[in-house]
Write a protein of this length. Structure first.
Lengths: 280, 354
């Protein structure tokens, strides 16, 4: 794979973010093995897979949070690990799995911290920062919460606030690690609708690690299924989410039927305790 | 299509003149800092005025400016009281700032330099220098600096598990403190009575025993370290969200953390050399400053002023209000210990993460 042009500038024909033989690991071993992956621009990509398959690690590697052992993640044709961290942060936002909010911090203050990469020692706060914060609060429907303390919010509100912080960072690329965890079903839908809006209305490229296969199929243009630190299958939802792939990736027997609303694949697990009922 | 996408995505950040606009919070920070500075200045002058003998304020100002003063008053103001007032401001400021650095970095109100063992590193080395090496003056400062750095290095190394967790660092710091306290007690126990008294006096901490050389070193250190702290503490706004989130926001996590620890440790060491450990100043200053500021913004100068105010007040209380003049450190301890108890009693109710 080669999307770089000789002078290291962004190749208009190629994608902005891609991985070439990306191998990642921690002190106790290798977790992601030589992954080649292209993140399509302006699309929503969902990464799925069983627990501990390397989804989050891959996302961290793509976002420059983890240095590769081998291989390279490219952003705009440049190896992301040779770029200045602030420069990356102006192009690519990443919401980690469980970020911590300091005690007593207000929603507005937290969201304002998303402007950090756009500030400098002597360029502390500008009207553009103020507007980006207001826009992020508006887009996530959290403007009414702006002066509340983050610790007093419900889980769903808090997750929206974190997304608002990532939005205030104002990057075209947005990576989210399990943004729907700890949310009930209505808040999951609400959050994914928000991401879909950002993708459609602002053209943002979104990559999210998701647990719920049906929601992943519904909201993502592209699904990447990982198994044991490798990409097992990738493509459009109905190419990837098949009974065979679900069996291989999750070790689960299931039926895949079309979602009655969207027509996207819907996984119906078999399980051992699901006796067939007569149709109503 | 690509054009539309790009322009749409960038609509949030239209190029605009990069002038700063005053937000209410920033205005409040400026106001609070100014007020704290004024209180510090007032207490500073009060210390000069009522210190050893009552000297009217106009005479104090005349002595300070050197215009039309008389030698007798000059001696009282410049030679007796000025070192006390200056060392209270400098050491108080340094302890306050160091406390804010550690508490914000480790995100724990218990992470004061005197609780996590850094002050004890300085103390043990200084006592060793006084009692065993018979050093004086600047050499004690040097020993305190080395001791503080060594103590901090030891705590950091013991607490490191592929990263630093605030709680582990604090617990290990407490353990190291106890070990170093043992060293201090052993050294004083086997010293001559006179030397041991001197060492104990040093260990309690007092604004009244400063040496000009040590004070110059601390003043120079503050001039250098306050701007560095200011520059690095900007990144705490990102670091406080956790390492991954901070990196995603473009903060250089390791550089900032190590830099801030180095600044904090150096501040503690230099201040300890001037005024002794002065317990609890670093513990109390930041919570007070943060309450006044109302948010995490600004704060480097504000917290330094709060530290200075605490030590100036403690010194005034110990010299003027108490029947027997006590070392400043006794008064700061008497105020700080109940705060620590209150903190421990309420902490785990307030949902502070462990």
């Amino acid at each position: 794979m080669s999307f770089t042009n000789g002078n290291g500038r962004r190749n208009e024909a190629g994608p902005r973010l891609w991985a070439d033989g990306l191998t990642l690991g921690y002190a106790d071993g290798e977790v992601v093995h030589a992954v080649d992956l292209v993140i399509p621009d302006g699309k929503v990509t969902a990464i799925i897979g069983a627990n501990a398959c390397g989804k989050s690690t891959l996302l961290r590697g793509l976002a420059r949070l983890l240095a590769p052992r081998r291989g390279v993640a490219y952003l705009d044709g440049k190896a992301i690990h040779t770029m200045r961290t602030q420069q990356v942060a102006r192009e690519l936002g990443m919401l980690p799995q469980s970020p911590g909010a300091p005690d007593g911090i207000t929603v507005r203050d937290l969201v304002a911290r998303g402007r950090y990469p756009h500030q400098g020692l002597f360029r502390q706060w500008t009207r553009a920062d103020e507007e980006a914060v207001e826009a992020a609060l508006g887009a996530t429907d959290t403007a009414a919460l702006a002066d509340r303390r983050v610790q007093d919010l419900s889980g769903g509100q808090r997750q929206r606030v974190w997304v608002a912080m990532a939005l205030a960072q104002d990057t075209d690329l947005l990576l989210l690690d399990e943004p729907t965890s700890y949310l009930d079903i209505s808040h999951q839908i609400e959050l994914l609708d928000l991401l879909a809006d950002l993708n459609r209305e602002r053209g943002k490229t979104i990559v999210a690690v998701l647990h719920d296969l049906n929601l992943a199929c519904r909201y993502a243009h592209r699904v990447v299924a990982m198994k044991d630190g490798r990409i097992y299958a990738e493509g459009e939802p109905d190419e990837v989410v098949t009974p065979e792939n679900v069996r291989e990736v999750f070790g689960l027997e299931c039926e895949v039927i079309p979602d009655p609303l969207t027509g996207t694949p819907m996984v119906v697990p078999r399980g051992r305790h699901a006796p067939a009922r007569s149709a109503v | 299509m690509d054009e539309i996408r790009t322009s749409g995505a960038r609509a949030l950040a239209l190029p605009r003149p990069a002038f700063a606009i005053a937000r209410p919070r920033l205005r409040r920070a400026a106001l609070v800092t100014g007020a704290l500075g004024a209180v510090t200045a007032a207490l500073f002058l009060a210390t000069l005025s009522v210190g050893s003998a009552y000297i009217p304020l106009p005479d104090v100002l005349r002595s300070l400016s050197g215009v039309g003063s008389n030698p007798g008053l000059d001696f009282l103001v410049l030679d007796l009281q000025l070192p006390v007032a200056l060392s209270a401001v400098l050491a108080g400021g340094a302890f306050g700032l160091a406390g804010a650095i550690f508490q914000r970095l480790l995100q724990n109100p218990l992470a004061a330099p005197d609780l996590i063992g850094i002050s004890y590193g300085a103390s043990a080395a200084a006592v060793f220098a006084i009692l065993i090496l018979n050093l004086t003056g600047l050499a004690i400062s040097g020993a305190a600096l080395i001791g503080a750095l060594a103590g901090a290095g030891l705590i950091y190394a013991l607490a490191w598990r592929g990263g630093i967790s605030g709680y582990r660092l604090i617990l290990i710091g407490i353990g190291v403190s106890q070990f170093l306290l043992g060293v201090v007690l052993y050294l004083t126990a086997r010293a001559e009575l006179h030397d041991a008294r001197e060492a104990m006096h040093w260990l309690v901490g007092s604004a009244g025993r400063a040496d000009w050389t040590e004070m110059y070193v601390l003043a120079g250190g503050l001039c250098l370290l306050v701007p560095v702290a200011w520059a690095l503490m900007r990144s705490l706004r990102a670091l406080e969200l956790g390492d991954d989130a901070a990196r995603a926001l473009g903060a250089r996590v390791e550089t900032v953390r190590l830099g801030l620890i180095a600044v904090g440790v150096t501040l503690v060491a230099l201040a300890t050399a001037v005024a002794g450990p002065l317990s609890f100043v670093g513990l109390v200053a930041w919570p007070v400053a943060r309450r006044l500021l109302g948010s995490g913004e600004g704060g480097v100068l504000a917290v330094s002023f709060v530290g200075a105010i605490i030590v100036l007040t403690a010194d005034l209380i110990s010299q003027q209000l108490l029947p027997v003049a006590l070392p400043t450190g006794v008064v700061t301890g008497a105020v700080g210990a109940p705060y620590l108890l209150w903190l421990l009693a309420t902490m785990n109710r307030g949902g502070i993460r462990g």
